[in-house]
Ligand binder design. Structure first.
Ligand code: URA
Length: 209
């Protein structure tokens, strides 16, 4: 599987262009994020394994496709990951859910774990890590380190926007974790924000500043 997949479906691109606009309200941003997350979830779960089950339709019996194996794990990187996760859970309501919280140490500038609660048996589940913005890649790399320490093997990283810097950092640290994004933007600014981007994803989805 390729390391970076840009989901260039016209609906995704159209919704993203609206979300980027600074005048979009918190409610509008949240609604679009939910809609776009359904479309992204469709792509990121394309490789889920299928088996068959025996069912009876009103017409006849058949062997019908059904998902195989343990329920997948969705891991949100707090706090902005939650906005992306809500929509995915509508599509995959049986998914197991985990949270990883990291803050940036003001002296070392390195991510430090303050919270980690994840489903059991990660080694037997497809694990999708969600964070809307792949910027420097520091928190994503740290979160995936933590999940690998807890057994996760078959992972995907799902974001809305990615910066080339973050993609490269992930490619070096975790070449085995494919990235799915709605767009690969131009660059990071001096504060680590994605340009052209959409601003602070957490602030925009939660109405904080
Ligand atoms: N986090 C955000 O919310 N926005 C960016 O542009 C980069 C990181």
């Amino acid at each position: 599987m390729q390391h970076l997949t840009v989901v260039d479906h016209p609906l995704v691109q159209h919704k993203l262009s609206i979300m980027r606009q600074k005048e979009v309200s918190t409610a509008g941003f949240r609604r679009l994020l939910r809609e776009i997350s359904l479309l992204l979830a469709y792509e990121v779960t394309r490789e889920l394994e299928l088996t068959t089950m025996h069912i009876e339709t009103p017409m006849c019996e058949m062997e019908a496709p059904t998902l195989e194996g343990k329920k997948l794990a969705l891991i949100s990187i707090l706090r902005a990951g939650n906005g992306l996760m809500d929509g995915i859970l509508e599509l995959i309501p049986g998914a197991r859910v985990g949270f990883v919280g990291l803050y940036r140490d003001p002296e070392t500038l390195k991510p430090v774990e303050y919270y980690c609660k994840v489903p059991r048996e990660l080694d037997a589940r497809m694990t999708i890590v969600v964070d809307p913005m792949l910027a420097t890649g520091n928190s994503s790399v740290a979160a995936i380190d933590m999940l690998k320490e807890r057994g996760a093997k078959n992972m995907r990283f799902l974001c809305l926007l990615a910066a080339p810097e973050g993609v490269e950092r992930m490619r070096q640290a975790h070449p085995d974790v494919p990235i799915f994004t709605a767009a690969l933007d131009d660059r990071l600014d001096d504060h680590g924000y994605i340009v052209p981007g959409l601003g602070d994803a957490g602030d925009r989805m939660f109405g904080t500043k």
